[in-house]
Design a protein around this ligand. Structure first.
Ligand code: NAD
Length: 529
């Protein structure tokens, strides 16, 4: 029991439990209460030298005493989420092979082709409900980290539990190890993955197909969250499987809900109409187009004709502004190719489009430079500036830059956390526009209602719910989202709204309870012995 993180309570085992379980003598005499255990862990964390060491401490704690791990994490999400997740998880993935100690999660590699069902059966738990799976090709904004991307599914699942109470024993993190094209990893003595270049084309598709079929057979109640796949695979995989198995892509749909919620909050507090917004997306990959598509859906739901709704969104990709004249556009960008003159630089695009909001999903740090941000401030009383790229090192601008260059006028949210900014005697609290505000809630809603699929409308519900929870007080402090310290309460409310929608849409596979809010809340796991 002392070696099993799900059962271990360490020094919190009572004298009676120790006697009954044969643990006497295997623990020091003291019987700690869980709060003292938490304080001890926090003392350790405070004494460590840097955040990567703190990440490793959390990782070890999760393997030692799962309940205590979640108790510490949930005790102060503002302090500890940036360690367990972005930005520190990015460094942890880059360094994975160097600090690797014990396996966590499941690696399904090219060498398991034809045998994936057996590999899944090696997982020691039969009832799996949530799989977060990556192929490691687009880890945060850090690119191809191959098998070392495992930190991301592990971190995401920890947040499902910490933020929304999704039971941890039902979760399974998986990395599809299809090789890596990252030369430095291929040449790194400590790399932990298959040392070959990535599978592509039909071989890759067949690999993913075998994986999905194996999940359907071995874990028939599991839903899949596709995570950090490169754009050329993310969109086709989502479209291929979304109606076959309950699944979603958080980078596309979860980010979309958070992006749209941020815009909904901002226009509510600015007292403007959503249909009058022009949003310029810098970076037109999974996240950027995902937000644009959901914003279009929300506008259509509000009665705006589709053609007009699309015209609220403009894309800027690595070749410049997306216009009708361009002949090099992928299918996902074509709905946003408007009849306007092109622009090669972002600042020119801002002058041409005259956006009310710019959203960065480009992974190009510093791209929202002083010219871009001052142009936004000249065009708008309250410019919406959302540098969403992660981790912090990839953010398009910092909070300080956005506030300073707009004289405090910016409505700001970033993908990774930023510290408060003092400007002209005022303190601005930069919000974090991260999909963590939505995916745990969707997970709990899926756990509660067990829908057959998770359509985009569910994310529109999540976006509206998240925006509605944000208060005037939050906004006046600089936030377009509720503060992270109340994240658990936020997620439970969103989860209940999304679950209600699953029932109303006829997608749920269990009977509707009389009080969905109480039912969803009651299903949320708590870190208690
Ligand atoms: P992606 O690879 O699908 O898209 C990135 C896009 O940026 C590509 O289309 C690329 O062409 C474009 N780009 C690259 N260089 C550019 C340049 N010089 N000018 C303009 N565009 C350029 O990746 P993604 O999934 O869309 O993620 C992008 C970023 O967004 C990552 O940093 C990721 O961490 C971040 N992200 C944040 C959140 C969040 O919750 N805040 C969620 C998802 C993704």
């Amino acid at each position: 029991m002392l070696r099993d993180p799900r059962l271990n309570r360490g020094t919190a085992f009572t004298a009676d439990e120790r006697r009954a379980l044969g643990l006497e003598g295997l623990l020091p005499d003291v019987v700690s209460n869980p709060t003292t255990q938490m304080h001890r862990a926090e003392l350790h964390l405070a004494n460590l030298g840097n955040d990567l060491e703190r990440y490793q401490y959390f990782s070890d704690l999760q393997e030692r005493n799962e309940s205590l791990f979640y108790r510490v994490l949930m005790h102060d999400p503002v302090k500890y989420m940036p360690i367990v997740y972005t930005p520190t998880v990015g460094t942890a993935c880059q360094e994975y092979g160097r600090w690797y100690r014990r396996p966590k999660g499941l690696w399904i590699s090219v060498n398991h082709r034809g045998r994936m069902r057996d590999v899944l059966r090696n997982w020691p738990v039969d009832d799996v409900r949530f799989i977060v799976v990556t192929d490691g090709e687009r880890i945060l904004g850090l690119g191809d980290l191959g098998a070392q991307g495992m930190g991301i599914p592990i971190g995401k699942l920890a947040l499902y539990t910490a933020c929304a109470g999704v039971p941890p024993h039902l979760a399974l993190p998986i990395t599809l190890d299809v090789g890596t094209n990252n030369e430095s990893l291929l040449n790194d003595e400590f790399y932990i993955g298959v040392r070959q270049r990535r599978l592509v084309g039909a071989d890759y598709d067949a690999f993913v197909e075998e994986f999905v079929s194996a999940v359907e057979e071995v874990f028939p109640d599991a839903s899949i969250q596709w995570e950090d796949f490169a754009n050329q695979n993310a969109v086709p995989i989502l479209n291929r499987y979304r109606n076959r198995i309950c699944s979603f892509n958080d980078d596309i749909q979860g980010t979309a809900a958070v992006g749209v919620a941020g815009i909904l909050s901002a226009v509510r507090f600015k007292n403007e109409a959503l249909a009058n917004q022009r949003v310029l997306f810098f970076g037109a990959g999974s996240a950027g187009v995902g937000i644009a598509d959901l914003l279009t859906l929300v506008l259509i739901q509000e009665g705006v004709p589709e053609e007009q709704a699309r015209k609220c969104c403009y894309l800027f990709d690595s070749k410049g502004l997306v216009t009708a004249e361009r002949t090099d556009l992928t299918e996902t960008k074509i709905p946003y190719a408007h009849n306007i003159d092109g622009a090669e630089t972002l600042v020119d695009a801002v002058r041409r489009v005259r956006p009310t909001a710019i959203i960065g999903t480009s992974t190009i740090p510093g791209s929202f430079d002083v010219d871009v941000i001052t142009a936004m401030a000249e065009l708008n009383d309250r410019p919406i500036i959302f540098p969403f790229s992660n981790p912090t090192s990839k953010a398009e601008c910092s909070a300080e830059q956005a506030y300073t260059w707009t004289q405090g006028k910016a409505i700001f949210a970033a993908g990774s956390p930023f510290l408060p900014v003092e400007l002209n005697g005022r303190t601005y609290h930069p919000g974090q526009g991260n999909n963590v505000l939505v995916f745990p809630a969707v997970g709990l809603a899926v756990f509660a209602a067990r829908p057959t699929s998770i359509p985009d409308e569910a994310f529109a519900v999540a976006a509206r719910s998240l925006a509605a929870i944000t208060t005037v007080d939050d906004f006046e402090r600089g936030l377009v989202y509720p503060p992270l310290r109340t994240i658990r309460e936020t997620e439970l409310l969103i989860a209940a709204d999304v679950a209600t929608w699953f029932w109303n849409a006829g997608l749920a596979r269990v009977d509707q309870p009389s009080d969905v809010h109480a039912y969803v809340r009651g299903m949320a796991w708590k870190p208690e012995y």
